[in-house]
Ligand binder design. Structure first.
Ligand code: UFG
Length: 341
């Protein structure tokens, strides 16, 4: 089958990572159908992707847990594979609202897998997270590290991974790929699409960029007494367009492979909070006010990927460096100070 005749269902395709992945899919000759309930995304992001790609995109506004809706789109389309992004992702909120998180993230995935099975579509790329490594005993982290989770969000990712592994054990016709993202940042080079948190950002880079554009006053740096070179937390930040390309590579790898494989998607390079502040200031010319605050509960000192497996098996590696990430983030944030609103 030619790439250009392959149609991919992208759940959560209007979201931050989903929208960038839709761009990569279309640029690589795939056809796309988006399913999104717009609970944490905007229809405007689809319009912007259409502008970037110069093509129109079919979508349906529905919840991935809505069986009739999901059946309806499988009846109307012949999907080659599914990329499943649609999920809630705020760790703190997941602690407050565990039922809502398990319902949406776990039941949603179960519903999708059931319908896929019914329609003999058994290729899936799943959006997982480095959060499934819990508090890693060392860095860099390989895919064979022990898995654990410390909050309902992380548990929900781990549960769906386990469901996928069990599914493959029961039926080897499935072709399943689990992508464990490290810390996605930045935006498409056009500045047309990017991250648009619905509330005050929990994550570092959207917080910094909103300070940069004057929407927020001051960054809280959560702890400077970690066992890291400057005492602040170290993470593996990856350009969202690199991350998007990893999904295309994972789909292409599914052509030939049956199984359920997990891959780390990061750069393999860790940067501290203060290094990120400096890099953003360099790219934006803005000064970022910050104050050091106590550690945030649940944070680990250092988290970065061993990326050898994804490089070797998926023929993928991150291309964009830190300065480029910051330039693209600033282009998005300065052109869209209030996001898509
Ligand atoms: N940080 C601050 N101030 C802030 C926000 C974050 O100092 O306002 C620090 C954190 O303490 C941490 C670093 O910046 O050291 C990165 O924090 P993020 O919240 O941006 O990202 P996390 O690494 O905590 O979490 C991210 C995703 C999760 C995912 C996890 C996987 O948000 O969904 O990576 O490792 F589970």
């Amino acid at each position: 089958m030619q790439e250009n005749s392959k149609k991919i269902l992208v759940t959560g395709g209007a979201g931050y990572i989903g929208s960038h992945t839709v761009v990569s899919l279309i640029e690589n000759g795939f056809e796309v159908f988006i399913l999104d309930d717009f609970s944490n995304s905007h229809v405007e992001s689809i319009r912007r992707v259409e502008q970037i790609c110069g093509t129109s995109i079919d979508f349906l506004e529905a919840d991935v847990g809505d069986e009739a809706a999901v059946r309806g789109i499988f009846e109307a389309n012949d999907f080659y594979a599914v990329i499943h992004f649609a999920a809630f992702k705020a760790i703190g909120e997941s602690v407050q609202q565990p039922l809502r998180y398990y319902q949406n993230n776990v039941s949603g995935a179960l519903n999708l897998l059931k319908v896929m099975d019914n329609f003999d579509c058994r290729r899936l790329v799943f959006s997982s997270s480095a959060t499934v490594y819990g508090d890693p005993s060392s860095v860099p982290i390989t895919e064979s590290f022990p898995l654990s989770a410390t909050n309902p969000y992380g548990q929900s990712k781990l549960m769906v991974e386990n469901i996928m592994r069990d599914l493959y054990r029961a039926d080897q016709s499935w072709q399943l790929s689990i992508l464990r993202y490290f810390n996605p940042v930045a935006a498409h080079q056009s500045g047309l699409i990017g991250e648009d948190p619905s509330d005050i950002p929990n994550n570092l880079m959207p917080y910094i960029s909103q300070v940069g554009v004057g929407r927020l006053d001051c960054l809280s740096v959560y702890g400077d007494d970690y066992n890291t070179p400057d005492g602040t937390g170290v993470r593996d930040y990856i350009h969202v367009s690199d991350l998007a390309n990893a999904h295309v590579k994972a789909l292409q790898a599914l052509n030939s492979e049956h199984g359920c494989e997990s891959y780390n998607i990061g750069t393999g390079q860790g940067y501290s909070v203060l290094e990120m502040v400096k890099a953003f200031e360099r790219a934006s010319g803005q000064t970022i006010n910050y104050k050091v605050m106590p550690r945030r509960g649940g944070d680990v000192a250092s988290c970065y990927a061993d990326t050898r497996k994804s490089t070797e098996h998926l023929d993928w590696k991150a291309e964009y460096d830190l300065d480029r990430m910051m330039q693209d983030l600033w282009r998005w944030q300065s052109k869209n100070p209030n996001g898509y609103a």
